[in-house]
Design a protein around this ligand. Structure first.
Ligand code: FES
Length: 81
């Protein structure tokens, strides 16, 4: 699974760096390095929804505070599908 995090300026201001750091440690914590690829991308054209994170062509709006629950609810569930 590929997770792409926007590092454009709006998303950067809303904390994309913290979102990336958290996703990285969650991937390590759950030992999912083989299954999850984290990438950065420039502006996805959805700046109002910053921080934008794309998973399987769907854009989600994350904050550093809800990154863990997003990962645990959405990502882990998707991997189980
Ligand atoms: S800067 Fe992230 S969508 Fe525009």
């Amino acid at each position: 699974m590929k997770i792409t995090i926007c590092i454009g300026s709006s998303c950067h201001l809303k904390g994309s760096r913290q979102v990336i750091e958290q996703l990285k440690s969650l991937v390590d914590e759950y030992d999912l390095q083989v299954k999850i690829e984290l990438c950065g991308a420039f502006c996805m054209g959805e700046c109002l929804r910053a921080v934008c994170v794309k998973v399987d062509d769907k854009i989600y709006s994350l904050k550093p505070e809800n990154t863990r629950s997003f990962f645990e609810k959405k990502i882990l569930a998707k991997l189980r599908d």
